[in-house]
Ligand binder design. Structure first.
Ligand SMILES: NC(=O)c1ccc[n+]([C@@H]2O[C@H](COP(=O)([O-])OP(=O)(O)OC[C@H]3O[C@@H](n4cnc5c(N)ncnc54)[C@H](OP(=O)(O)O)[C@@H]3O)[C@@H](O)[C@H]2O)c1
Length: 315
C-alpha cells in the first residue's frame, strides 16, 4: 500500500499487535475496536460500565468470531481508575497503540468529578494525559503510537483552553470545544517531547468529522438509536457519516505505517469521507499553548511522563 492509497475496509494484517481503546462501549471507539480486531489485532476494550463492556465484547465476537478481545474497566474522569487500569494493562504485556477516544460531548448537570476537576476536561483530557503517561514504557518497548481524538469544532469555534477548568464563563459547549482543542495541542506537544527525549513513540491526532449513531448500522447493546434519532440524523445525511466511517480516520492514524508522529488524520470532506491527512486548527498550534497545557495536566493529575525510563525500555 502506498502513502496516498489507504483502504479503510482492507487494513494491513495486524496479527501480533495489541491496542488499547478508551470509550470502547459504543460509537467510534466500538467501531474502531471492530476494525482492529477484524485485521487480526489483539484489542483491549476499555469503558466505565461493566455491562456495556460485556455487551461490546459480545458484539465484536458476533461480528468476528475469532476476535482476540479483552475488557478492562477504565473511567477516564477518575484518576484512581486510570492508574488501576494502567497497572492491569501493563501486566497484560505488549502494547502497540493507544486510542484515546473516550469523550463526553453533552455534559450532565454535575459539573465536577470526585477529584474536583471540571468533568469534560477531566474525561476528555486529564484521564488520557495520565493514561498515556502511565503506559509510556510498554508503548516505547513496542515502538508504538498514541492517537488523541480532536474535533472539527475546534476550527469552527475559537474556544482555547487558556482556563482549562473553566473557572470563569462555563458553558457546556465551551467545555467541549476547548477540551478538543486541548487534546489536539497535547497530541502535538507530546510528539515534540517524545522526539526531544529520544523515545520511539509517535503521537498523532485524528478527528471523525461529523459521525452520528442514527446513520450507523444497529448493533445489539452498542448502537440502538430510536426511530426519532434515525429520522433526525438522516435529515443531515449530506453532511454526516456513520460512526463506523468516522472510526476510519482514528484507525488510520493508529495503524498506517506511513503515518507520522505530529500529524493529523480526518475525513477527506472534513465532515465525512475517506480518511486523509488533515490540518489541525491554527489556534491549537499556537506557540506556548501545548507547554502551558502540559504543565496544567501534570499539576492536575500528579503524573509526570517517564521519558527517561521509556527511552531505556526501548533500547
Ligand atoms: N461523533 C462525532 O461526530 C465526533 C466529532 C468530533 C469528535 N468526536 C470525539 O470522538 C470521541 C467518541 O465520540 P462518539 O461520537 O463515539 O461518542 P459516543 O457515541 O457518545 O461514545 C462516547 C464513548 O466514550 C465513553 N465515555 C464517556 N465518558 C467516559 C468516562 N468517564 N470514562 C470512560 N469512557 C467514557 C462512553 O462510554 P459510556 O457508554 O459509558 O457512556 C462511550 O463509549 C469523543 O472523544 C468525541 O469528542 C466525535
Amino acid at each position: 500500500m502506498t502513502r496516498s492509497e489507504w483502504d479503510p475496509e482492507n487494513l494491513p494484517d495486524l496479527s501480533g499487535r495489541s491496542y488499547l481503546v478508551t470509550g470502547a462501549t459504543r460509537g467510534l471507539g466500538y467501531f474502531a475496536c471492530e476494525q482492529l480486531a477484524a485485521a487480526g489485532a489483539h484489542v483491549l476494550l476499555t469503558g466505565r460500565n461493566p455491562h456495556s463492556l460485556s455487551a461490546a465484547k459480545a458484539a465484536v465476537k458476533r461480528s468476528i468470531p475469532d476476535a482476540a478481545v479483552e475488557t478492562l474497566l477504565l473511567d477516564t474522569s477518575n484518576m484512581g481508575s486510570v492508574r488501576a487500569a494502567a497497572a492491569t494493562a501493563r501486566a497484560r504485556g505488549r502494547l502497540d497503540g493507544l486510542l484515546l477516544n473516550a469523550g463526553v460531548v453533552h455534559p450532565p448537570k454535575q459539573r465536577e468529578t470526585v477529584g474536583g476537576h471540571e468533568l469534560v476536561f477531566a474525561t476528555n483530557v486529564l484521564g488520557h494525559f495520565a493514561l498515556a503517561g502511565e503506559l509510556l514504557k510498554p508503548l516505547a518497548a513496542a515502538r508504538g503510537r498514541m492517537v488523541w481524538v480532536g474535533s472539527m469544532s475546534t476550527s469552527l469555534w475559537r474556544h482555547l483552553p487558556t482556563d482549562p477548568e473553566l473557572r470563569e464563563g462555563y458553558t457546556p459547549w465551551k467545555a467541549y470545544v476547548q477540551s478538543k482543542a486541548a487534546t489536539t495541542a497535547l497530541a502535538l506537544e507530546a510528539d515534540k517531547m517524545l522526539r526531544a527525549h529520544g523515545v520511539p513513540v509517535e503521537s498523532l491526532v485524528a478527528h471523525p468529522g461529523y459521525s452520528t449513531s442514527g446513520r450507523t448500522r444497529g448493533v445489539r447493546g452498542v448502537n440502538e438509536p430510536s426511530r426519532l434519532t434515525r429520522f433526525v440524523d438522516n435529515l443531515q445525511a449530506p453532511i454526516t457519516q456513520s460512526k463506523e466511517q468516522g472510526a476510519w480516520a482514528l484507525v488510520r492514524a493508529l495503524v498506517d505505517p506511513h503515518a507520522e508522529g505530529g500529524s493529523m488524520y480526518g475525513p477527506a470532506l472534513v465532515a465525512r469521507g475517506a480518511p486523509r491527512r488533515a490540518t489541525p486548527a491554527r489556534a491549537t498550534r499556537r506557540g506556548g499553548l501545548g507547554t502551558d497545557l502540559w504543565r496544567a495536566c501534570e499539576t492536575a493529575t500528579h503524573v509526570k511522563w517517564p521519558f527517561e525510563r521509556a527511552r531505556r525500555a526501548a533500547s
